[in-house]
Ligand binder design. Structure first.
Ligand SMILES: C[S@@+](CC[C@H](N)C(=O)[O-])C[C@H]1O[C@@H](n2cnc3c(N)ncnc32)[C@H](O)[C@@H]1O
Length: 174
């Protein structure tokens, strides 16, 4: 996710670490007894991995920085029940498409809240039967602890569940 709190240059490879409260906001929406193992495929320093582990999930984190290009990898059947990440903004569409091709029941991506507005992305949202829920974060994410500026963007968790029935649900957090 590309972010620019005032006064900061964009980080190389979009290495923005997700604060713990943001990952925790996802918890009630993935508390599904069928999810035990999660793949975090753009884990950076592992902040989201640790937050998910603290919720009791077993999490495998990989990142291109340590040689694992998510877009070049497929997961083994039954290895994971969910793929959850904050993808690099410039590759977010490719990350969602690739994740939805994997043999997992659930995909959750942290994205800018208007990511689902574009007509060009309707195949991932309005026209995607697996698109199950949007969890709007009612607080803005401060990406840098010591940032003096105010965050510019709103974010939401977008959740796809294979086998989901009906229209997507809208929820608010925290
Ligand atoms: C926005 S950061 C998210 C870090 C972590 N998920 C978090 O939320 O704290 C995006 C991460 O994606 C990684 N990345 C960029 N392109 C990638 C790719 N093709 N495959 C895997 N990781 C990639 C970057 O190295 C960076 O660590």
């Amino acid at each position: 996710m590309s972010q620019r709190d005032s006064g900061y240059e964009r980080k190389e490879r979009d290495l923005y670490e997700t604060p713990e409260w943001v990952t925790r906001a996802l918890e009630p929406h993935i508390l599904n007894p069928a999810i035990f193992h999660i793949w975090e495929p753009a884990c950076g320093s592992g902040k989201m991995v640790r937050a998910l582990e603290s919720m009791g999930f077993t999490v495998h984190g990989t990142d291109i920085e340590t040689g694992a290009d998510f877009l070049e990898r497929d997961c083994e059947p039954v290895a994971y029940e969910a793929i959850i990440t904050n993808p690099p903004y410039v590759l977010a569409t490719e990350f969602i498409e690739h994740a939805l091709r994997q043999p997992v029941s659930t995909v959750a991506m942290l994205l800018r809240t208007d990511f689902d507005h574009a007509q060009s992305r309707s195949k991932l949202f309005a026209k995607c039967r697996a698109f199950a829920k949007k969890v709007v974060l009612t607080k803005r994410i401060k990406w840098f602890e010591d940032s003096k500026g105010q965050p510019s963007f709103n974010h939401a968790w977008f959740i796809w569940k294979h086998g989901h029935c009906g229209p997507p649900v809208l929820a608010y957090a925290p």
